[in-house]
Design a binder for this molecule. Structure first.
Ligand code: AMP
Length: 193
């Protein structure tokens, strides 16, 4: 099973991805986490992406796609995965699609978590205040930039998947539990039909 979670920063993708990963017993792959870990370990990948992450910009498509394809080849992902934060651009979506076709795999569902900007800023502020170790990309200016970039890039990705009838829009302003229930109902229906 391959599930893609879309949604702006602060929409709750990470929370839902973790629940879905547990529920379906498939790993959760967050490209943002991969990059943050790489930066913390000061690896070559970390060096490559830190310039972008610290500014709230997207990492280059090829760097991202290489990482995802490497992961897809690992045995742990053979039963599927929950993708969180990927694809972020139309070219990532197209490259990923080509690779899935080659591997005779297919995305089951693209979950689009919809949250208003006002609500996002509220949540992000709360998260930043609660975190002792504030994420280096979590400050207002950078965050605003990330949300703007998301709005600019995501539409094309969502349209790409909408044409394939894969998108399920979920009201992400609901409680996390309600969002999860809505998603699970949809996925169960999808599996049965
Ligand atoms: P996230 O935790 O998903 O919000 O990702 C944090 C940061 O990692 C983003 O602001 C980007 O700089 C980078 N990043 C994560 N995923 C991608 C992606 N699919 N394409 C480009 N950059 C990404």
């Amino acid at each position: 099973m391959i599930i893609v979670l879309m949604g702006p920063p602060g929409a709750g993708k990470g929370t839902q991805a973790a629940h879905l990963s547990k529920h379906f017993n498939i790993p959760h792959l967050s490209t943002g986490d991969v990059f943050r870990n790489a930066m913390a370990n000061e690896s070559t990948l970390g060096e490559k992406v830190k310039f972008y992450i610290n500014k709230g910009e997207l990492a280059p498509d090829q760097v991202v796609i290489d990482i995802v394809l490497q992961k897809l080849d690992q045995k742990v992902f053979s039963k599927g995965l929950v993708l969180d934060g990927f694809p972020r651009t139309l070219s990532q979506a197209e490259m990923f699609d080509g690779e899935l076709v080659r591997k005779k795999l297919a995305i089951d569902l693209v979950l689009n978590l919809v949250v208003s900007e006002q609500e996002l800023y509220k949540r992000i502020e709360k998260r930043a205040n609660e975190n002792v170790t504030r994420r280096s990309d979590d400050n207002d200016k950078i965050l605003k930039n990330r949300i703007e970039i998301y709005n600019r890039q995501a539409r094309a990705v969502i349209d790409f998947y909408r044409k394939k009838d894969l998108v399920f829009d979920v009201d992400g302003a609901q409680t996390a539990n309600l969002v999860l229930t809505t998603i699970l109902n949809k996925l169960n229906l999808r599996i049965i039909c």
